[in-house]
Design a protein around this ligand. Structure first.
Ligand code: NZQ
Ligand code: ZN
Length: 384
């Protein structure tokens, strides 16, 4: 196990009907900016619950934060914060609204070019306090310090993080899942699965605790997926267990002492920026490729993943690895998600653009920097 430091200050308020507790958590003299997306919260009753809970507060609103939150939209919200002396941000939505709100909270005090703050992750010394009501379990942004911001004008998408961006609290009411389109549930399952793999599928260096945690969450996702996707009437406990899985998927717990990869996410972000594919869709395409192309480097962990998560018993290591990659890909397909770029009508030329970007940045990615631009080309070509 590797040395590590861990701190996660986010208070989680979990369960049906908990949105009503909102007001207890926010200072009464706050000038709140409530941020949200394209309107799902107005259709499923979450907006009404939040507004009712905030009775007596000074509340401003900023709606219209799009999936893969865009820099230009968010800069408009930064102006709203400055103009109205906002002292608290309440993000009500999925990962995009929460990430966008983290950006707004830091950009409101940032001196200089706010895109530079994202790309070069620098100079964040102050941020507006932030809390969230999560409506889409997937990213775990509700319990981490990261944010991923897109800039459509440049066809770019980057992640940045800072301890000041941890939400103060997040309300997780599993009934918000009832109104989610199946496609978003499927995207969220893939995203959570991929978060765990990024922190798990590396080396076998005695990460006994985090390995078992990770394997447990992966197995839960495999078990829960058919219920969440095939039924029209969702079961509360399925939703609750899925919601908690997604939050634990990237709140730092499964990273403690472990080596981490993240190559698939970095390649996936480029795919979203260049083609508009959903975040979950990119991961379902790239992850099987990462497993195939990096199978020698990840051999020990792939074998552990095969036997402990998928109960695979094979004649040889090679056979087991081939089978587990195929099972993972079929699992993504079983959620209704494609795993090849050509199936999404993506032009092959995007592979050159992505490889060139990584070459220009002069960085290798993955655990120990083992994924070079050459590997990135092979990964994407294997999943064309
Ligand atoms: O905009 P509205 O109308 O709210 O609709 C949203 C959006 O169209 C809808 N939705 C959300 N909750 C709903 C709902 N529809 C009905 N009922 C509900 N309860 O779902 C659509 C997608 O929402 P979005 O927030 O974009 O999805 P997600 O949570 O998957 O977030 C994706 C973003 O998070 C980033 C991704 O890159 C992407 O930009 N990530 C953030 C991470 C982090 N901060 O740690 C880590 C992840 O790896 C990821 O990169
Ligand atoms: Zn993700």
């Amino acid at each position: 196990m590797r040395n590590f430091e861990f701190k996660n200050p986010v208070k989680i308020i979990f369960g049906e009907g908990q949105i009503s507790k909102l007001a207890k958590e926010i200072p009464t003299d706050s000038r709140i900016l409530m941020t949200y997306g394209g309107g799902s919260i107005k259709r499923n009753g979450v907006y009404k619950q939040a507004i009712e809970a905030l009775d007596g507060y000074t509340v401003f609103e900023f709606g219209g934060i799009e999936a893969n939150p865009d820099y230009d939209t968010l800069m408009k919200a930064v102006e709203v914060c400055k103009k109205n002396n906002i002292t608290y941000i309440l993000a009500v939505g999925g990962g995009s609204v929460i990430d966008g709100s983290k950006f707004i909270s830091a950009a409101a005090f940032y001196e200089g070019d706010c895109w530079d703050m994202v790309v070069n992750r620098r100079n964040i010394f102050k941020a507006i306090p932030l809390a969230t009501i999560l409506t889409l379990p997937a990213t775990a942004s509700e319990m981490n310090e990261g944010a991923v911001i897109s800039r459509r004008e440049l066809k770019e998408k980057f992640a940045f993080s800072n301890p000041l961006l941890f939400p103060e609290f997040s309300i997780l009411d599993p009934t918000v899942i009832y109104s989610l389109p199946k496609k978003q549930i499927a995207n969220g399952i893939v995203d959570t699965f991929a978060h765990i793999l990024e922190q798990y599928l590396t080396t076998t260096d005695h990460y006994m605790v985090t390995d078992r945690l990770a394997e447990g969450i992966l197995k839960n996702l495999i078990d829960l997926a058919p219920n969440l996707l095939s039924k029209d009437e969702l079961n509360y406990n399925d939703c609750a267990n899925y919601m908690l899985s997604a939050t634990l998927g990237l709140n730092g717990w499964t990273a403690m002492g472990a080596m981490q990869d993240w190559a698939t996410h970095l390649i996936g972000h480029e795919l979203t920026a260049l083609t508009g594919l959903d975040h979950g869709e990119t991961l379902a395409i790239v992850y099987p490729g990462t497993m195939k192309i990096m199978s020698s480097e990840k051999k020990g962990k792939l074998l552990q993943y095969a036997s402990r998560v998928w109960n695979i018993v094979g004649e040889s290591d090679e056979e087991m690895i081939e089978e587990v990659i195929s099972k993972t890909e079929k699992f993504f397909n079983s959620l209704g998600i494609k795993t090849h770029l050509s199936e999404k009508d993506i032009d092959k030329s995007v592979i050159d653009v992505i490889v060139n970007r990584f070459e220009d940045r002069k960085i290798n990615i993955g655990e120990k920097g083992i994924v070079t631009p050459k590997h990135i080309r092979m990964i994407l070509e294997s999943q064309y």
